[in-house]
Design a protein around this ligand. Structure first.
Ligand code: PEP
Ligand code: MN
Length: 298
């Protein structure tokens, strides 16, 4: 079934969007899926800073059954003086730790020249908010087979976002997960504004799985649980959450990073909201599936 998505300036943008309304379920390695019945929680540090820092996060995640590790190796920082990420070394740290814990890796490619490297070390390729309309990157991402997480540009309309997704699909790769990560507003009390209605629109009017990034949307760790609850209640298929062993010393985005101690309560909170929506947590179920597979019990 096709349905028009309401966009005020639709008449001004002439794109041939092929929008279907049934969410596509995307298969990921390790028996994980996104866009199906259950919700996928992805978590990890904003930036990979060291082996020890990333290991500490992954260990806490594993104890809770979370199995998609996020981490930036190439960072899109507003200031050139800020920490730019560990680059290839960061990708190697992520991969080694994820493999040790049986997790997947999601990491950002900032440009076409890094894409091959990020594809080699990651299971899901993140295209960041600032790059949503970086067309050569979208085309290159569309020509490789791994799933893409396409974040919404913080000044982009929903239609521009969908058109960006179509730049990827037009090159062959249909495995796109959209991510609402907040849009810019006049209110400086939060970093951005989580567009909950965008989540509902994408969910009910397009075929793309949609997740929310409550960390960049709010910029405040204290608001991350509420924003996450709202996103799941609006129909999000997952979350991308920043977590740090010591947020006060984080090299990027410490203010919005959950400390490890708060992770168990956060995951429990998400489980309750998911259950109220008739859904489970994909990560938990698959983690037990994996460990039972390892012990030969299928
Ligand atoms: C990130 O996920 O670390 C990031 C930089 O996100 P965004 O592109 O949404 O700012
Ligand atoms: Mn960040």
């Amino acid at each position: 079934m096709c349905r028009d998505i309401y966009v005020a300036d639709q008449a001004d943008i002439n794109v041939g969007l092929q929008i279907m309304t049934n969410t596509t379920t995307i298969s990921l390695p390790n028996n994980l899926t996104i866009g199906g019945d259950d919700i996928l929680l992805m978590a990890g540090p904003c930036s990979v800073e060291s082996y020890e820092q990333t290991y500490a996060v992954a260990k806490s995640m594993q104890a809770l059954g979370l199995c998609v590790l996020r981490g930036g190796a190439f960072k899109p920082r507003t200031s050139p003086d800020a920490f730019q990420g560990l680059g290839l070394d960061g990708l190697k740290i992520l991969r080694a730790i994820a493999d040790e814990f049986g997790m997947l890796v999601i990491s950002e490619a900032l440009g076409v020249e890094q894409l091959t490297m990020v594809v080699e070390y990651s299971d899901i390729i993140q295209i960041g908010s600032r790059n949503m309309q970086h067309f050569p990157l979208l085309w290159a991402a569309g020509e490789q087979p791994k799933p893409i997480l396409l974040k919404r540009g913080f000044m982009s309309t929903i239609l521009e976002w969908l058109a960006a997704a179509e730049h990827i699909t037009s090159r062959g790769n249909q495995k796109i997960i959209l991510c609402e990560r907040g849009i810019r507003s006049f209110d400086s009390s939060t970093r951005n504004v989580l567009d909950v209605s965008a989540i509902a629109q994408i969910k009910t009017s397009t075929q793309f799985p949609i997740i929310a990034d409550p960390s960049h949307a709010t910029g405040r760790a204290d608001l991350v649980p509420a924003a996450s609850r709202a996103a799941i209640a609006a129909g999000a298929d997952g979350l991308l959450v920043e977590v740090h062993p010591n947020p006060e010393e984080a090299l990027s985005d410490g203010d919005q990073s959950l400390p490890l101690e708060s992770l168990p309560a956060f995951v429990e909170d998400m489980r309750r909201i998911a259950s109220a929506m008739g859904r489970g947590l994909e990560s938990k179920r698959s983690a037990s599936k994996l460990s039972s597979q390892k012990s030969g019990d299928f």
